[in-house]
Design a protein around this ligand. Structure first.
Ligand code: ZN
Ligand code: ZN
Length: 248
């Protein structure tokens, strides 16, 4: 039983981290800001990962995020600690996100460049993705542990990885607009330690300065874990980043 729980902790951490990388590379840097182009197979793989383990609808996520950049920390920003306070964003970020994502006019306005595809008919249904994702966890832990405990641990692990992912995003949207240091004059902040665990997203002050940069670290001592992954994809001809701000 103890070894199964250790496996569960490792699985939750790895899946949450993979979801973080898929979010930042596919949803955020490639789709929302067009900082890089991804091979369609990589894009589909990452979108499917997010569908299974986060239930995110890509179009909705991109719309809410673009609106955040449009109105950053001013009236209209869907999740600004300047408007509602830091603690509310930290604890209710998922609620603020969902409230905005369910506005069809917002989604339509901010995703006009995204064609409606057949893939979306399936991958746009987040509850279906989550149902398949939970089933995969139940099957995995039933194979490892068996009995009644396996499926229970499977469901619990799925909930833990989802909660960890939601918390990570709340820290970016809350803390990275409230505490931390700034390289540039905008309302976002950098948190180096957060960047290590959020595939680079913690370097949020840099990101708001150069939204289309597919590399978020800008100074010595800053590390963006997603950037080496993008470089590997680039070496394999699976990703094509735009020139970085420093290269202009
Ligand atoms: Zn922001
Ligand atoms: Zn952004």
């Amino acid at each position: 039983m103890l070894s199964t729980i250790l496996i569960a902790v490792a699985v939750a951490f790895v899946v949450m981290q993979v979801s973080g990388f898929c979010t930042t590379i596919y949803l955020h840097r490639a789709m929302a800001h067009k900082g890089l182009r991804l091979h369609p197979a990589v894009a589909l793989l990452m979108r499917t990962e997010l569908w299974l383990f986060t239930g995110i609808n890509a179009r909705e996520w991109i719309a809410v995020h673009r609106k955040h950049h449009h109105f950053t920390d001013e009236e209209g920003d869907p999740h600004s600690p300047y408007l509602v306070g830091l603690w509310k964003v930290l604890f209710l970020n998922a609620f603020y996100y969902a409230r905005e994502a369910k506005k069809p006019d917002v989604v339509e306005k901010y995703t006009r460049d995204m064609p409606h595809t057949r893939v979306e008919a399936v991958l746009g249904r987040g509850s279906l993705g989550l149902a398949v994702g939970i089933s995969m966890f139940v099957a995995l832990f039933w194979a490892i542990q068996g009995g009644w405990a396996g499926p229970v641990i499977g469901v619990a692990t799925f909930i833990v990885q989802g909660a960890a992912y939601i918390s990570m995003n709340a820290v970016i949207n809350g803390a990275c607009h409230a505490i931390g240091y700034k390289n540039f004059q905008n309302t976002a902040t950098n948190l180096r330690l957060v960047a290590w665990f959020s595939s680079g997203e913690g370097l949020h002050n840099n990101h708001h300065q150069y939204p289309a940069s597919s590399k978020l670290s800008m100074k010595r001592g800053e590390f963006d874990p997603a950037w080496p992954v993008i470089r590997v994809l680039q070496a394999l001809s699976l990703a094509k980043p735009l020139p970085l701000p420093s290269e202009h």
